[in-house]
Design a protein around this ligand. Structure first.
Ligand code: 4NP
Length: 150
């Protein structure tokens, strides 16, 4: 499960990119995304995220926003934050016990450990291309790791 602040810009792209990469390499996995906050529950991804994904051949239009909940920490093996603030807030709502491993998306991209995927919400459209390349780097690395674990 990929988690950003609103589940409307970044984590829907991570979900879409990961789903596409898993299909490409034959990895069978359950994928979801969620937001820390409730503001966009039930909404489709931001039109700018839908557009950048579509430009790269990935359809995310069917996704709907949801908010992360404590049960997710027992359902998903990995909960992957897009930035540091998301990671800090995930640690605050993590129940005990919790089985999910927490990480940052770019921890899974070679040479990018500790980097955040910047929030493009208030930025010009071009920022969404940077978000896309960041989520592709992270989701490729994570998919390859999970494939290797069999
Ligand atoms: P996201 O971007 O976390 O990448 O989905 C945001 C979308 C909406 C808000 C913040 C960030 N918001 O405050 O509504």
């Amino acid at each position: 499960m990929f988690v950003c602040l609103g589940n409307i810009c970044r984590s829907p792209l991570a979900e879409g990119a990961f789903r596409a990469e898993a299909a490409r390499i034959g990895l069978q996995v359950r994928v979801a995304s969620a937001g820390i906050g409730p503001w966009h529950v039930g909404e489709p991804p931001d039109p700018r995220s839908q557009a950048v994904a579509a430009r790269h051949g990935v359809d995310i239009s069917g996704q709907r926003g949801r908010q992360v909940k404590p049960a997710d920490f027992l359902t998903f093996d990995h909960i992957v934050a897009l930035d540091w603030r998301n990671l800090t807030e995930l640690k605050q709502i993590r129940p005990n016990p919790s089985t999910a491993l927490l990480s940052m998306l770019l921890d899974h991209a070679p040479g990018r450990a500790g980097d955040a995927v910047a929030d493009p919400y208030y930025k010009p459209d071009e920022a969404f291309e940077i978000t896309w390349s960041d989520v592709v780097a992270g989701t490729r690395g994570l998919a390859a790791k999970l494939k290797g674990e069999g």
